[in-house]
Design a protein around this ligand. Structure first.
Ligand code: SF4
Ligand code: SF4
Length: 372
């Protein structure tokens, strides 16, 4: 049987439009009870990367959370909302600020949902995940449609990385910094958590050097939903203008037989992709490297390099990049942050957390000469 993915247009975040689009997305897939038993406990996992307003397009919009929560309440479910943002440092007040700025606190208050914190763990095979996965009967994945400097796409599978407990995400970045190794971790998390349903907020999105403030806001005006995260990411890839297997986590998941990326085997319900007329996304600078065969990358890996670099006039000296760096490669100097490139593993966590868009990605001269 083909994997089914719904694609529904939604022109803005007006509450009534989002409610109808989310209902259409779910109904095209057979209705909510196809995925969730009535009277269940459901964990909603939006992308709440940082403390920033939803209008910036970096975090899942609260209207998408409200809409799916209302559908769940219609079948008497108890709804929990949580994420493990990059600011996590065992201080719940920092995560509370993320929930407040992203609009989650307000939507939880208005809809009677319970915001939760991923401060307790349960082990999966290699690493700890939030214990809320055990407290809930189902997980609904609510990613934001964005490019990503390390993983190319942040969609259905990448969004699950936020389920990793507390600061352990940094350990994973430190130990699995090669893209292909990091993709294996993402797929381990997917294999362990298997969301019942994924609804991607692509009404606004981030292209270019995503997934945060250095990216470019764009408006695909769509929701993409399904239960197979591999198929959902494959559809997002096509919409971005790349092939599904260009995304490392999709390649890895297909290798393990965890989902379908072959578009001939994916049934798209709702909008036809060629009718969407979305211009191909501009891709992160780092994505060029993936076009080279792996043996050439291995041979020239010391020469083909991307690295973080600061724009001093933008830095507000908040130290978020210093706290997040898994290799302690950043320090505060007199004129702003300093990078120790001998330690840097190019994970781009610093680039991801900088609210001031002060960290850009640069290439070595050889990388530029190669046209990458
Ligand atoms: S570079 Fe960005 S994250 Fe780092 S201290 Fe400056 S503003 Fe903060
Ligand atoms: S400096 Fe930035 S890119 Fe380099 S290891 Fe630290 S967080 Fe990662």
């Amino acid at each position: 049987m083909k994997s089914r993915v719904s694609v529904v247009r939604c022109d803005s975040y007006a509450p009534e439009l989002v409610q109808k689009a989310v209902e259409d997305s779910v109904n095209l897939l057979g209705g909510i009870t196809n995925f969730i038993r009535p009277k269940s406990r459901v964990l909603l996992k939006p992308n709440l990367l940082m403390a920033i307003e939803p209008e910036q397009g970096i975090t899942t919009h609260p209207e998408v959370v409200r809409s799916i929560a209302r559908i769940l309440k219609g079948i008497d479910c108890t709804v929990f909302v949580g994420d493990g943002p990059s600011v996590w440092d065992n201080q719940i007040r920092n995560v509370s600020e993320v929930y407040r700025r992203t609009g989650m606190t307000k939507v939880c208050q208005e809809e009677g949902l319970r915001p939760v914190y991923f401060d307790k763990k349960r082990m999966c095979q290699k690493f700890p995940l939030t214990s809320w996965l055990d407290h809930c009967d189902y997980l609904i994945n609510l990613p934001k449609f964005k490019t990503h400097a390390l993983t190319c796409l942040t969609g259905a599978i990448k969004n699950l990385f936020g389920l990793v407990w507390g600061t352990f995400k940094l350990e994973l970045h430190k130990n699995y910094f090669h893209t292909e190794d990091f993709a294996k971790i993402l797929v381990d998390i997917y294999a362990e958590t298997r969301p019942a349903l994924t609804i991607v907020d692509g009404i606004s999105a981030i292209e270019g050097d995503g997934p945060a403030t250095r990216g470019l806001l764009c408006f695909p005006k769509i929701l993409v939903a399904g239960s197979d995260c591999v198929s959902v990411d494959s559809v997002l890839s096509r919409i971005m203008g790349i092939e599904p297997l260009d995304v490392p986590s999709t390649r890895e998941a297909v290798l393990r037989g965890l989902g379908i990326a072959d578009m001939a085997e994916v049934e798209i319900l709702g909008e036809r992709l060629d009718n969407l007329k979305i211009k191909p996304f501009s891709l992160p600078a780092t994505s060029q490297k993936r076009k080279l065969p792996q043996p050439i990358i291995n041979l020239a890996k010391k020469l083909i390099r991307y690295y973080p670099c600061m724009e001093r006039n933008r830095c507000i000296r908040c130290s978020a990049c210093i706290k997040i760096c898994p290799k302690a490669a950043i320090s505060m100097g007199k004129k702003g942050v300093l990078f120790d490139y001998s330690r840097c593993i190019a994970c781009f966590c610093c680039h991801e957390v900088c609210l001031a868009a002060a960290i850009k990605i640069r290439k070595t001269i050889f990388t530029k000469i190669m046209g990458l």
